[in-house]
Ligand binder design. Structure first.
Ligand code: BEZ
Length: 226
C-alpha cells in the first residue's frame, strides 16, 4: 500500500490527526492561504449558522492570478504547514475521520510537499481545499471585514479569534521561514480590536476606590498593576 501523507495548513498544524507516526514541517507551492471560507458546522465550530466564523482554505495560483487580492503584489505562492504520515494499518480509519471535513465544502487534492529540512526528499501529500465552487467559499474579502467577523464569532468549539491566534503562533514556531503575512496582518487587526485580557481587566485608576478586594494578595496585585 502507498504511504499516506496528509498536509495540514490550518488547525491540523497544532491539532494533529489521529494515528500519525511522523510530523514534518515544510511547505507546498502554487497556493496561498486565505481566511475566505465560512464555517457553520465543522470540527472547528467557531461560529453559528446565523453568525458563521471564518477558517482558512487554499487558493490555487491560476485562480489567484484572476483576483483583485490586495496582498497579491507582495506575496509568494508558498504555504507553510506540516505533513503527517499516517500509520498504514490506520489509514482507512483516518480517512473516515477526515472525510467529515469534506462535508464542510473541502475537496481532496494531491500536491508535492517540500520538507523544511532540505536533506529530506519531497513527499506526495493529500490536502483538503475549500474550492471556489463550494457554497462556503467567499472569495476576496477586505482584511478588516475578516478581522471584524473573526473577532465577533464564537461557537461550541470556542472563539474564532483563538483559531486565528493559534494559527499565527503555530506558524511562528514551525521554522524561521514559515511566516504568513495574511495571517499576521489579520492577527494584528484582531488584537487591535480586542486588547489582551490583562488590559481589559485593568480598571481606570480613579475606579480603584470602588473595587471589591477579596484577598490581601489580590490587593497587592492591584497595587502592583496600578
Ligand atoms: C487543515 O488544518 O489543514 C485543514 C483543516 C480542515 C480542513 C482543511 C484543512
Amino acid at each position: 500500500m502507498q504511504d499516506f501523507w496528509l498536509f495540514g495548513y490550518g488547525s491540523l498544524i497544532w491539532k494533529p490527526p489521529p494515528h500519525f507516526d511522523q510530523r514534518i514541517p515544510g511547505y507546498i507551492e502554487g497556493y496561498v492561504r486565505r481566511f475566505w471560507q465560512q464555517v457553520y458546522f465543522s470540527e472547528d465550530h467557531r461560529g453559528t449558522p446565523n453568525a458563521p466564523g471564518r477558517v482558512v482554505t487554499l487558493i490555487e495560483r491560476s485562480f489567484w492570478a484572476t483576483l483583485d487580492d490586495p496582498q497579491r503584489r507582495t506575496e509568494r505562492d508558498v504555504v507553510w504547514g506540516v505533513a503527517y504520515h499516517i500509520i498504514p494499518s490506520k489509514v482507512e480509519e483516518v480517512k473516515e475521520y477526515l472525510d467529515i471535513r469534506e462535508i464542510n465544502g473541502y475537496s481532496i487534492q494531491h500536491t508535492p510537499f517540500h520538507p523544511a529540512d532540505s536533506s529530506l526528499a519531497s513527499i506526495h501529500c493529500l490536502v483538503y481545499i475549500g474550492m471556489p465552487d463550494n457554497p462556503q467559499f467567499l472569495g476576496v474579502q477586505p482584511p478588516q471585514d475578516i478581522a471584524n467577523t473573526i473577532n465577533a464569532s464564537v461557537g461550541p468549539s470556542g472563539e474564532n479569534r483563538e483559531y486565528l491566534l493559534h494559527l499565527e503562533r503555530a506558524l511562528e514556531e514551525l521554522c524561521p521561514d514559515s511566516h504568513d503575512e495574511h495571517i499576521t496582518d489579520l492577527a494584528r487587526r484582531v488584537r487591535a480590536l480586542t486588547p489582551p485580557l490583562r488590559e481589559i481587566r485593568r480598571p481606570p485608576v480613579h475606579d480603584n476606590a470602588l473595587r471589591k478586594v477579596r484577598s490581601t494578595e489580590e490587593q497587592e496585585e492591584i497595587e502592583k498593576e496600578g
